[in-house]
Design a protein around this ligand. Structure first.
Ligand SMILES: C[S@@+](CC[C@H](N)C(=O)[O-])C[C@H]1O[C@@H](n2cnc3c(N)ncnc32)[C@H](O)[C@@H]1O
Length: 395
């Protein structure tokens, strides 16, 4: 493995790679499973005061798992009906809301009570509705709103998850939405094919960039090459933070066209060189001392991910740095976000998977990199980072 000894990785505490193949304690697992499956045990556990809170917690967790899809649909309804925007200027009553969102009052009351139970809104005894803590966050986060809206495609694809797992679906809505994953000639895609996903990525990038830039000092570098840099939202955020840094953005031709418009709007074209091409088939631009891969590697299966990393290894100077940032699996206290959400999202998309720190470290090692450290981001559930350097011996 490519972990350098005595690096900051060892101080990363929670983020340290752990043995992903720790064996289950067989007998204990069988014993516990039999106990929990027994009606009699569950009744006793629910009655017995010391175990009652545990029994309730487990029941609640299981109920939430069963109901999760319904909760998501309630959030989706609020977003589609722009309910949070309706409440942006202060509380409104059910009758007013019914008029503005074109629903019967009874159904607004039903939605309001459901949304209130999920802390999206609040409803008082007189039927006045106001933003709840989660609704207020949604209102201030256009990126999350855009993600929720595009989830309609994910829900459609997941109506038959077994068919997805068996690889029986020829096409999926998300596969069409992210056309580069299945296209052998992605550089020939036109603007219509890339503009929706590029807008979604730009909308959701702000938060990611804040996390990554708070965890890694890009200003100590001379030139940053952002591979798969989309419309340039990450570069935009980095340019604010590091006024002397120069940039190169590499992406598919129509995406680079969108980046040009966005960066021109911020008068940044004099600091950013735009290069278009297919990173699996075209040469990558040389000269940067920092290369960033933000939410790129998880899109691709092993072979392609490795090929891209090897290509990057070829163009990165010996004293250069690779910064890989994306959501990862095996993140402490956020395991479902990586393995369940991103695992099944990428399954529906038809390519890639979320990888753990250990798996990425191994991939980087095989591509000729040495992991220098794991970044401590503020919200590891959404994005984590690995800083790597070229190994001395070239591959
Ligand atoms: C998931 S998006 C991430 C965009 C951006 N880094 C971000 O985090 O917002 C992946 C990006 O990689 C680009 N991409 C995918 N395949 C590519 C290829 N073969 N060559 C160049 N760019 C590619 C896509 O156009 C897209 O902008």
């Amino acid at each position: 493995m490519g972990l350098s000894q005595g690096t900051a990785l060892e101080q990363a505490g929670d983020d340290l790679p752990r043995n992903p193949r720790r064996p289950l304690a067989g007998r204990w697992n069988v014993f516990r499973s039999r106990l929990l499956a027994s009606d009699r045990f569950r009744v006793i556990a629910a009655r017995f005061p010391p175990t009652r809170p545990i029994a309730r917690r487990q029941a609640r967790k299981l109920f939430d798992l069963c109901a999760g899809f319904v909760y998501s649909q309630i959030l989706y309804s609020c977003v589609r009906l722009r309910l949070f925007h309706q409440l942006a200027d202060g509380p409104r009553n059910i009758r007013e809301l019914a008029k503005s969102i074109d629903l019967e009052e009874d159904e607004v009351a039903r939605l309001a009570s459901a949304a209130a139970s999920l802390k999206l809104i609040e409803v008082d005894a007189d039927g006045q509705c106001g933003l709840g803590p989660l609704g207020a966050i949604m209102l201030g986060s256009p990126g999350i709103t855009a993600m929720v809206e595009h989830h309609a495609m994910l829900y459609e694809d997941l109506t038959d998850p077994i068919a997805l797992l068996r690889g029986e679906k020829q096409t999926t809505r998300l596969g069409d939405y992210w056309p580069y994953v299945a296209d052998n000639f992605p550089a020939q895609l036109d603007e219509a094919a890339v503009k929706d996903y590029s807008a979604l990525m730009a909308a959701s990038q702000q938060f990611i960039a804040e996390e990554v830039l708070a965890a890694y000092p890009v200003q100590k570098h001379r030139c940053l090459l952002d591979i798969g840099g989309g419309e340039g939202a990450f570069i935009l955020a980095a340019a604010m933070k590091a006024p002397d840094l120069k940039f190169v953005l590499f992406d598919l031709p129509p995406v680079v066209g969108l980046a040009r418009d966005r960066l021109a709007g911020h008068r940044l074209l004099d600091r950013v060189t735009l290069v278009s091409g297919d990173f699996f088939n075209d040469p990558l631009p040389v000269g940067a001392d920092l290369i960033t891969l933000v939410r790129v590697i998880h899109d691709h299966d092993e072979e392609r991910a490795l090929a891209l990393l090897r290509e990057i290894r070829q163009i990165l100077p010996q004293d250069g740095t690779l910064l890989l940032a994306e959501p990862m699996s095996g993140t402490k206290r956020a395991q479902p976000a990586g393995a369940a959400y991103f695992g099944f999202y990428l399954l529906a998309m038809g390519s890639g998977r979320p990888r753990s720190i250990e798996e990425l470290t191994d991939l980087l090692d095989r591509a000729g990199f040495l992991v220098d450290r794991v970044l401590r981001t503020r919200t590891p559930m959404l994005v984590r980072g690995i800083v790597a350097r070229p190994k001395r011996s070239t591959i």
